[in-house]
Ligand binder design. Structure first.
Ligand SMILES: *Cc1c(COP(=O)(O)O)cnc(C)c1O
Length: 426
């Protein structure tokens, strides 16, 4: 089987898991345990020395979680992955893995609200500075580079701005600067976009969203390409002996999965934002149907976009699947299978009409999430991005009149009916 390159759908069902040898269980077993019995004192010692791979304690690794990690690495075309308690934890783990006080990150300014706060408010308290740049011109990332820059960061398809970033162009700028390009691929999902194939070095996800797919479980994941040259002189913590872990030199010892091992043994192990095995198990179930869900998400969202464009109560529609959208060409290039499930629009009558619209909806739910099988709506300026000033909201791609939809898998005509009746009340 090893010679064959399996398709995405097959990997979504099988990667990282074979029927259980002990019991024959076809479904992935759930190892809801904190700890694992050692075979002997020698075995325990070699596990702690990182000489043998095996499970010690679920904060570090767990067999159910490992299936999820391996499947995610396969679906992103990466070398290895480490799962985390949430998407925020995935970003924190990825960045703290290579950044410390005195370091600097260049990031897109069009970010998820929590990520914006992490980079603009919380990391500076740890001595890690970030410069946020308009991602529409990739050269803005180059202009913000400093000698102490350790990473370039962006979302692929942005949430909630629904902007597409030129992954190859930004990746090339990061590579020239000798720093990894870390991307948040949450809004696209690996079915629609595989950033590692276009020049990104590390992918992070909020698996809470499309990967889980049913609004039941928090989780995140960090996937590495395995091709970044960590020994280029900029990352001593990857090449010098680790004070926190038995003097291991991560890059020398683990090579193309050194980033993942360091994230696991230095960040996850010490700071502790580990995923619960039960959530990893639920996310595995979600991955099995990711391809078919994403296809229907995209088809329904395109249907909604076309409906809203012609609606008299709608001032503007932002969906990169529409031919006149400014991100249409980039999205076709990086997301050829569809433009995703996120759509935003401006409602005529501004803020007040937006509130009446949201309150008039019957089954489209008003809440702070995306990527559920059910259709969702939110007004970012009054919720997820409300800590930002109005000027920063505009910079983040979230003008005050914007309503964001995450279109689900209901019958398209029913979604259109609900939107239409609520628009008529607005
Ligand atoms: C939701 C989200 C996050 C944060 O993920 P959590 O699982 O909620 O911690 C990060 N980035 C993007 C793009 C998101 O949509």
């Amino acid at each position: 089987m090893a010679d064959r390159e399996f398709g995405f759908e097959t990997l979504a069902l099988h990667a990282g898991q074979i029927p259980d040898r002990e019991t024959g269980s076809r479904a992935a077993p759930l190892y809801q345990t904190t700890s694992f019995v050692f075979d002997s004192a020698d075995h325990a010692a070699s596990l702690f020395n990182l000489q043998t791979f095996g499970n010690v304690y679920t904060r570090l690794s767990n067999p159910t979680t490992a299936m999820f990690e391996e499947r995610m690495a396969a679906l992103e075309g990466g070398r290895a992955a480490v799962a985390t308690a949430s998407g925020q934890a995935a970003e924190m783990v990825a960045l703290l893995n290579i950044c410390q006080a005195g370091d600097h990150v260049v990031s897109s300014s069009k970010l998820y609200g929590g990520t914006h706060t992490m980079l603009a408010v919380n990391f500076p308290k740890l001595g890690i500075e970030a410069t946020l740049v308009d991602p529409d011109d990739p050269e803005n990332f180059r202009r913000a580079l400093r000698p102490n820059t350790k990473a370039v960061f962006s979302e692929t398809l942005g949430n909630p701005a629904i902007n597409m970033v030129d992954i190859a162009a930004v990746g090339a700028i990061a590579r020239e600067a000798g720093v990894p390009f870390i991307v948040d691929n949450t809004a696209a999902s690996p079915y629609l976009c595989q950033p590692l194939r276009h020049g990104a070095d590390v992918v992070v996800h909020s698996a809470t969203k499309f990967i889980g797919g049913h609004g039941t479980s928090m989780g995140g994941v960090v996937v590495e390409s395995g091709t970044f040259p960590w020994d280029n002189g900029k990352f001593p913590s990857m090449t010098e002996p680790s004070a926190g872990y038995h003097g291991v030199r991560f890059f020398e010892t683990f090579g193309d999965f050194a980033f993942t091992m360091k994230a696991r043994m230095e960040v996850l192990r010490v700071f502790g934002p580990s995923i619960a095995p039960f959530n990893a198990w639920l996310l595995l179930q979600g991955l099995e149907t990711l391809p078919v869900r994403m296809e229907r998400h995209c088809a329904n969202t395109l249907g909604v976009a076309r409906f809203l464009v012609d609606h008299p109560k709608v001032a503007w529609v932002n969906y990169p699947g529409l031919a006149d959208n400014r991100y249409h060409a980039l999205t076709r290039r990086y997301m050829p299978r569809g433009a995703g499930a996120l759509l935003s629009f401006g409602i005529r009558g501004g803020y007040a009409a937006g509130v009446r619209f949201i309150e008039g909806l019957q089954f489209v739910s008003h809440l702070a999430n995306i990527g559920d099988a059910k259709s969702l709506v939110i007004h970012p300026a009054s919720t997820t991005h409300r800590q930002l000033s109005e000027a920063d909201q505009v910079k983040a791609g979230v003008p005050p009149d914007m309503v964001r939809l995450s279109i689900g898998l209901e019958t398209l005509d029913d979604i259109l009916w609900d939107l239409d009746q609520a628009l008529s009340r607005a």
